[in-house]
Design a protein around this ligand. Structure first.
Ligand code: ZN
Ligand code: ZN
Length: 264
């Protein structure tokens, strides 16, 4: 295309962007008052927050009440991470969004999901030295083309001005897909699966992932980081499953009614 026409086209697009309010990045609805998360009010209402009653370590929701204490699992087998930060529950719309982000190539959802996670982390972000994404195994990275945890870590790093170490943790061996496995089988599959390849001595690390289910991956990485000298390890996830064994497998979901999310 001739440079002149290209410039005119870009100017036209820019003008359109100025005139129209930005669309909701999930359902595509226009003429909504966009929030910082770039989601319309309907989509924001569909996101379930963590209940007040939950484990003070792994954020596991309790069936009733509003008290905060350690859950049975954290008491019986203390994890290497001190705390799990989460934006919401892995249910309903948030679950659909994460599945689109992860399995459907909707990489533009890194903006709302990353901003939601930043919002949950903001009061305590200053405590951490490094953000590290949970690595994806090579086979899945080849199939998917991107690591969703890295996209989230980059967005959080930008929002909160935190340093992201992209390849600080490596998978030293391929593991079977964890979806559908019980807690014990997940642990067995992940044993000695990671290696730390950056200096973490005396550092406070915030691990970033999209979902926490059993926490088996975070536990294994957490132990590896602690063995490498990390002072503290915490986990930041967009969504926490309501139970340790709540399936994270991709269930066929109806497509969102409007356009696919786009990279802004
Ligand atoms: Zn929407
Ligand atoms: Zn717990």
């Amino acid at each position: 295309m001739m440079p002149f026409f290209r410039t005119m086209l870009q100017a036209g697009r820019e003008m359109g962007r100025q005139l129209l309010p930005p669309a909701c990045l999930y359902c595509g609805a226009y003429r909504v008052s966009p929030s910082h998360f770039r989601l319309c009010p309907g989509c924001r209402r569909g996101i379930e927050k963590l209940p007040p009653g939950r484990c003070i370590c792994c954020a596991l929701p309790f069936a009733a009440g509003s008290s905060r204490h350690l859950c049975q699992s954290c008491l019986a087998d203390p994890p290497p991470f001190d705390r799990v930060y989460a934006s919401g529950l892995y249910l309903g719309l948030l679950r659909e969004m994460i599945q689109r982000f992860k399995y459907d190539g909707a990489v533009g959802l890194d903006l709302p999901l990353g901003r939601m996670l930043s919002h949950a982390l903001r009061p305590e972000a200053h405590r951490f030295d490094l953000l590290m994404p949970v690595p994806l195994c090579r086979k899945r990275l080849r199939l998917r083309g991107y690591n969703q945890a890295l996209l989230l870590a980059r967005m959080v790093g930008r929002e909160l001005d935190m340093r992201v170490v992209v390849r600080g943790i490596q998978r030293v061996r391929e593991t079977v897909a964890l979806e559908g496995l019980g807690v014990k089988d997940r642990r067995r599959s992940l044993s000695k699966a990671f290696r730390v390849v950056t200096s973490v001595e005396g550092r406070r690390i915030l691990l970033v992932d999209d979902v926490m289910t059993s926490g088996a991956t975070a536990r294994e990485i957490g132990w590896t980081l602690k063995q490498a000298g990390a002072l503290e390890v915490c986990l930041a996830v967009v969504a926490r499953t309501p139970r340790h064994d709540f399936g994270a497998s991709g269930v066929a979901l109806p497509k969102p009614s409007a356009v696919s999310p786009v990279v802004p």
